[in-house]
Design a protein around this ligand. Structure first.
Ligand code: ZZB
Length: 274
């Protein structure tokens, strides 16, 4: 499975985040990116926030130096499991990454510590997106960081609705209403309109992010229709069909160093081989 990792740069850590990050002894001025695994790079025009799981322990690991002077070492926030995979794929610096992977007790960043941080994501017109909690993130998939495109991802729309409608949930995590940005119409699907996930989630009356059965039904439909019938409405490829430009958007993000290609192993092979 090939994922595109979208680099979402931490703009200004909150006091809590800054304190948690200090455990990693980053060099002064180090740039820190949350890396979100996505199968849909063409939807990055519609990002409204970045999701993390409050209870996952993340690592902050340095990218491999490429020898290119313009490409300084950067630091990526991701799960320990994905750090290990990225290390084997040559994305990360060897020894420092191994040290982080092997001493997780000393070096770890709880997802909850990042909530409320403003960040900068590529292609979206929102200058700032916020790091918000999502309870359905799986530690065993992608990087454990997810970017939110509520117009086209029902899980994202419903998780945002949960935060909008439940003051107790916001208070628990220190989320404020101004961090919840509106979905952006970016892809037109003839049979569903330009906010496909919003339309279907409402039609199916999905009540919460734990309504897995209905969410999976909607997700499958939006994936299929988006890919085969979707037409981009915004950006450089406006007017083009999703299936024709998906790869080109990915390539452009990678070429401009705003994304990284990452392969997800079929199986946790290192569990067998130690
Ligand atoms: C942006 C995006 C825009 C996504 C969209 C989907 C959609 P899947 O669909 O199950 O094969 N994701 C990535 N990592 C995780 C994780 N650790 N836990 C939970 N969700 C995760 O998985 C791929 C998608 O699930 C990814 O693509 C990501 O959300 C999320 F318009 O990124 B996507 C109809 C879906 N539309």
């Amino acid at each position: 499975q090939e994922y595109t990792l979208i680099k979402i740069e931490l703009a200004a850590p909150t006091a809590t985040a800054a304190k948690a990050l200090s455990a990693f002894d980053l060099p002064k001025g180090a740039r820190v990116f949350l890396v979100a695994g996505t199968l849909r790079p063409e939807t990055m025009y519609g990002q409204t926030n970045c999701w993390i799981h409050p209870d996952i322990n993340y690592l902050v690991v340095p990218t491999a130096s490429t020898g290119d002077a313009a490409a300084a070492v950067e630091y990526l926030v991701c799960t320990r499991r994905s750090a290990r995979n990225m290390l084997y794929q040559g994305i990360l610096a060897d020894s420092e990454t191994l040290e982080s992977i092997e001493s997780p007790a000393r070096r770890r960043l709880r997802g909850a510590d990042l909530i409320g941080c403003p960040a900068r994501a590529p292609l979206t017109p929102y200058e700032r997106v916020y790091v918000l909690p999502m309870m359905t993130i799986k530690e065993t998939k992608g990087t454990g960081v997810v970017t939110s495109v509520p117009s086209d991802a029902p899980d994202d729309f419903v998780a945002l609705q949960d935060l909008r409608q439940k003051a107790a949930l916001r208070d628990k995590f220190g989320v404020t209403m101004d961090m919840l940005l509106d979905p952006l119409p970016i892809i037109d699907i003839p049979e569903l309109g330009d906010l496909a996930a919003v339309t279907l989630a409402k039609e199916m009356k999905i009540q919460s992010q734990n309504d897995r059965e209905k969410l999976d039904l909607v997700k499958e439909r939006v994936y299929k229709l988006g890919f085969y019938d979707g037409v981009l409405k915004v950006g450089e490829f406006a007017g083009s069909r999703v299936q024709d430009v998906k790869k080109r958007v990915q390539q452009q993000l990678v070429d401009t160093r705003q994304a990284i290609v990452y392969m997800e192993p079929e199986k946790e092979w290192y569990l067998d081989y130690g």
